[in-house]
Design a protein around this ligand. Structure first.
Ligand code: SF4
Length: 484
């Protein structure tokens, strides 16, 4: 697998459609890029909420029989990449519980930064947790709420957590969507005929023929019932912190997130990159698929022809889950093949969206050189990534981020490139235009908009995937302090 930050999760919900589970299946299909470890759907027929979850891709998880067992006109769904908690079925979502307020199923995209503190507190008071997912704390708080109805219980429980959360919930007769006051993760609202749709990215609406209406606003609670859609703003406003990496890499280019076309933003990043880091070259080559939009922008701006000099094999299995370096490197060769007729004797601008550890980028540069390229100039459509993310993206420790510990000159040497040019932070922010002040860019600055708990290592303990071969304590000993 290519060395990338890992996508977080995708959520989907629909109210008022006779084939709600089928629509949710399709929606999750479109959101598969946001998480491939597990998938799940919960549906209600008005009397009972049923859930089906499994490890694996959406297409492998659900068939006609499984979907037929999820009747009803309300449904929610989730695809997951584990950013907090282990990769196992008990952590898959939706999580369904039955409590004094009745049944409720929950899907979460994001990471709660105070989950460990809340969880410890709840455990001391007698709560028994079924998973290691941070999301479960919300349901425990919900179950304990003395509020008189489900909506108030949701509002009360969510007010006790901090961090990044785009939530979609289902009771037997209502759909509830909540976005954290900072708006870290996207959550869009749409319509499909009379049905109401909420989802992480608009590409899920496109697939089912729904129309985008607006984003669920940061801090907004949307309650969808047979009586219509009600908007509640129960939380104090907070500085906005949309994840700018959604535009750089995570979201699909055919989506609109935070009200902007991902494709347009990404292409603009390439244009600005070309202005900031021009180079005499014969051909612009994207690292597929992540570098394609930025490479188009770079090619347009520099008037150097864009050619697909690397071909991606889309049918490679998920060998990258294996942590061994040997398998990661092998995966690059399996996944990308250079086109000699395009690269031989050429001065190549190789465009990608990010460098994480640098090991994969080095392999790719060497592939291009081995195919006969005369020069290889690496151009990256975001600034150097120097800090981990605590808001729902799986990132390596700071010590593993090559830009955190190496200069651009050292990175150039490590990659075996002729030059390396990163987009500036100013360039990145200018690509999102007037809303630049509403974005989080902590992985490039080390300045975090939502404070981490005072005992940061305990947070890391929750976020680290537990590994049978290595204790958490041992991992923590190895981890570096995080830049603040
Ligand atoms: S730290 Fe980076 S990846 Fe995480 S929310 Fe902020 S911009 Fe996104």
């Amino acid at each position: 697998m290519l060395d990338k930050f890992k996508d977080e999760c995708g959520v989907f919900g629909i109210f008022g459609h006779p084939e709600a589970a089928n629509m949710t299946y399709l929606g999750l299909y479109a959101l598969q890029h946001r998480g491939q470890e597990s998938a799940g759907i919960a549906a209600s027929d008005g009397g009972q909420v049923r859930v089906s979850r499994a490890m694996g891709y959406v297409a492998d998880t659900f068939d006609g029989t499984a979907l037929a067992q999820l009747p009803g006109s309300l449904a929610i769904g989730h695809v997951r990449y584990s950013t907090a908690g282990e990769s196992k079925l008990s952590n898959a979502q939706p999580i369904l519980i039955d409590c004094a307020h009745g049944q409720i199923a929950l899907c979460h995209n994001g990471n709660l930064v105070n989950a460990r503190e809340v969880r410890d507190d709840l455990v001391r008071q007698g709560s028994i947790f079924q998973s290691s997912s941070d999301t479960e704390v919300i349901l425990h708080l919900y179950a304990r709420s003395k509020a008189v109805n489900a909506e108030d219980a949701v509002i009360e429980s969510v007010s006790q957590v901090q961090g990044a959360f785009s939530l979609v919930m289902l009771t037997k007769d209502r759909l509830i969507a909540v976005r954290d006051p900072h708006g870290f993760r996207p959550l869009a609202l749409g319509r499909l005929g009379d049905a109401v749709v909420v989802c992480s990215e608009t590409c899920a609406m496109d697939l089912i023929g729904a129309t985008y209406v607006r984003d669920v606003e940061p801090g907004e609670v949307l309650v969808v019932t047979a009586g219509g859609v009600r908007s509640i703003k129960p939380y104090p406003p907070a500085p906005l912190a949309h994840c700018i990496f959604e535009h750089v890499y995570f979201a699909r280019p055919d989506s609109y997130v935070f009200g902007k076309s991902v494709n347009e933003v990404r292409t603009t990043l390439g244009r600005i990159l070309a202005r900031e880091h021009p180079v005499d070259a014969d051909v612009v080559v994207p690292v597929p698929d992540s570098g394609v939009c930025a490479a188009m922008g770079y090619g347009e701006e520099s008037r150097v022809p864009l050619r697909m000099g690397l071909i991606r094999n889309h049918y490679v299995g998920r060998t990258f889950i294996q942590p061994q370096a040997s398998i990661r490197h092998f995966g690059v060769k399996v996944k990308l093949n250079p086109v000699k007729s395009i690269l031989e004797g050429q001065r190549v601008v190789l465009v990608d969206d990010s460098i994480v550890r640098g090991t994969t980028s080095r392999k790719i540069v060497r592939l291009v050189r081995a195919a006969g390229a005369r020069e290889v100039h690496v151009r990256i459509s975001c600034p150097p990534t120097i800090s981990p993310c605590y808001y729902g993206i799986d990132t390596p420790q700071r010590s593993e981020l090559i830009a955190a510990t190496h200069s651009v000159q050292e990175i150039t040497q490590f990659l075996d490139a002729d030059s390396v040019g990163y987009l500036s932070l100013e360039g990145l922010l200018s690509a999102v235009g007037a809303e630049r002040g509403s974005y989080c860019s902590s992985c490039y600055t080390g300045r975090y908009p939502v404070a981490l708990p005072t005992d940061e290592q305990r947070y890391l303990q929750l976020a680290l995937k537990l590994d049978k071969s290595e204790t958490v304590a041992a991992k923590l000993e190895k981890s570096e302090p995080v830049a603040k």
